[in-house]
Design a protein around this ligand. Structure first.
Ligand code: HEM
Length: 489
């Protein structure tokens, strides 16, 4: 045994007893079998077996950083949210960026949307904005989400991601055409987490002091400029540096090059929604800037790396249901589904006390609830009453809803969203294609053909449906894609 080290503190067991030997497990005689009484060995092996928690079912792979949100414009005409009231007001933020489909060890440089999650630690509670780097999404009904994600993950039989599943689902879900056109274009593989925009994608509600309701979409425009990787560059980077995006974010903050984003909102008065040309709560569509011009309201800067990735990034939880006074949900069915799904995921993945962990709990106020106990409860409430109403002066309801009411009519049922005169699954996909410069159009068609070209030769029906959707978006796109596929077959 090495002589006792006099300069370092004593190593202990988890119960705090000094450990005599951390190099040789205890045996019955030299060369004999192990002893169960070796608490250090038993404890180490057992803890190691339990080091992982379930990874996120989507967005498993990600990186995070702390920073500051600063208000730069007066938004009080539209919302009474305290952290947005007053030019110059600063709020601490934690951000997590991610890919969607890959599991925890997957490479960063892949063609996939990027998650753009923000937690604002406001004095009125934590406000989470859980968006992506894409302004739209693949589907518009939450019931389709598990099926969609199954097609993005590994096939139950082959154990690989299968182009047959991916393109079968997209071909049968025409509403995905806009997002798929976006994803296979140049922005489909950002060069880093710093060089991409973020979007709420969904429409949310803002509620002002006079009780008026506005519909709002958030945009986070990168101040670093948009930079992307081509398919070839990404393949090389994914193979040589799987942690490329995570490292880039950490190192840039370490160097003092703090990434920042200009924060903008598009605002629609409540009354416009019913008569807008398409459903303004349809997540597969953007609001054209000519209709609702983006207004700059603030700056987001990331300036502090987490100390411990597991504690602060893996165990971080973001929920679209975490609102603060003055901000609420829209009737977007996808958003409504997410209001349930995230908290449920957190309770399963991190546990019922997830919101009490340092990264997740409010930093600028405290949570005052009557929720108690559960695994790893830290006893923070002491002897305070655990029921309400009570006569012991415990926290009480305010009587003031966080956001404004919306009026609903009609019978319950499995309804599609109410129709608007220009609802259409293809027009914005076609517009996006027609906006692309010729070289990007070429790359889009090449990327699509490479991917669709992976569909099994005996599933021509899948290919035809997929190409059919692009043809409906733009005839030229369809014709060119068909020709590119013929060349590959
Ligand atoms: C109904 C549709 C959706 C459902 C049911 C859903 C469900 C989930 C679930 C269960 C997680 C894992 C949460 C966790 O374990 O902490 C997750 C993560 C995430 N989702 Fe969704 N999702 C949906 C749509 C969307 C959309 C439309 C966006 C973007 C606009 C989005 C962005 C994200 C992001 C960024 C994360 C990672 C959060 C983090 O950084 O921890 N999701 N989603």
């Amino acid at each position: 045994m090495e002589p006792q080290n006099r300069t370092r503190p004593a190593l202990t067991t988890e119960a705090g007893a000094p450990v005599a030997d951390n190099q040789n497990a205890e045996t019955a005689g030299p060369g004999g079998p192990l002893l169960v009484q070796d608490q250090q060995l038993m404890e180490k092996l057992a803890r190691f077996n339990r080091e992982r928690i379930p990874e996120r079912i989507v967005h498993a792979r990600g990186a995070g950083a702390y920073g500051t949100f600063t208000v730069t414009a007066d938004v009080t005409p539209w919302t009474r949210a305290g952290f947005l009231s007053g030019i110059g007001r600063r709020t601490e933020v934690f951000a997590r960026f991610s890919t969607v489909a890959g599991s925890l060890g997957a490479p960063d440089a892949v063609r996939d949307p990027r998650g753009f999650s923000l937690k604002f630690y406001t004095a009125e509670g934590n406000y989470d904005l859980v968006g992506n780097n894409t302004p739209v999404f693949f589907i518009k009904d939450p019931g389709k989400f598990p099926d969609f994600i199954h097609t993005q993950k590994r096939d139950p039989h082959t154990g690989s991601q299968e182009p047959d599943n991916v393109w079968d689902f997209w071909g049968l879900s025409p509403e995905a055409t806009h997002q798929v056109t976006w994803l296979f274009g140049d922005r489909g593989i950002p060069a880093s987490y710093r060089h991409m925009n973020g979007y709420s994608s969904h429409t949310y509600q803002w509620h002002n002091a006079a009780g008026e309701v506005f519909w709002v979409k958030y945009h986070f425009k990168t101040d670093q400029g948009i930079r992307n990787l081509t398919t070839g560059q990404a393949a090389a980077l994914a193979g040589t540096d799987p942690d490329s995006h995570q490292r880039d974010l950490r190192e840039s903050i370490e160097r003092g090059e703090f990434p920042s984003w200009t924060v903008q909102v598009q605002i629609m008065p409540e009354a416009d929604a019913a008569h807008y040309r398409f459903n303004p709560f349809d997540l597969t569509k953007v609001w054209p800037h000519a209709d609702y011009p983006p207004i700059t309201i603030g700056t987001l800067e990331l300036n502090r790396n987490p100390e411990n990735i597991f504690a602060e990034v893996e165990q971080s939880v973001f929920s679209p249901a975490h609102f603060v006074p003055g901000i609420g949900p829209s009737p977007d069915k996808m958003l409504q589904g997410r209001l349930f799904a995230y908290g449920d995921a957190h309770r399963y993945r991190v546990g019922i006390n997830a919101d009490q962990l340092p990264v997740n709990r409010p930093h600028a106020t405290e949570a005052r609830t009557y929720g108690r106990d559960g695994a790893l409860y830290d006893g923070r409430h002491g002897r305070a009453a655990n029921y309400e109403p009570n006569s012991s002066g415990g926290p009480a309801q305010t009587g003031r809803p966080l956001w404004g009411a919306t009026t609903v009519t009609g019978a319950t049922g499995n309804h599609a969203a109410p129709p608007h005169r220009e609802d259409d699954d293809f027009v914005q996909a076609g517009n996006l294609y027609r906006l692309m410069p010729p070289a990007e159009k070429d790359r889009l068609i090449c990327n699509l053909a490479d991917s669709i070209g992976g569909v099994s030769p005996d599933r021509a029906d899948i290919v035809e449906r997929a190409v059919g959707n692009f043809r409906r978006a733009d005839a030229n796109l369809g014709t060119r894609l068909e020709a590119a596929l013929k060349e590959r077959r």
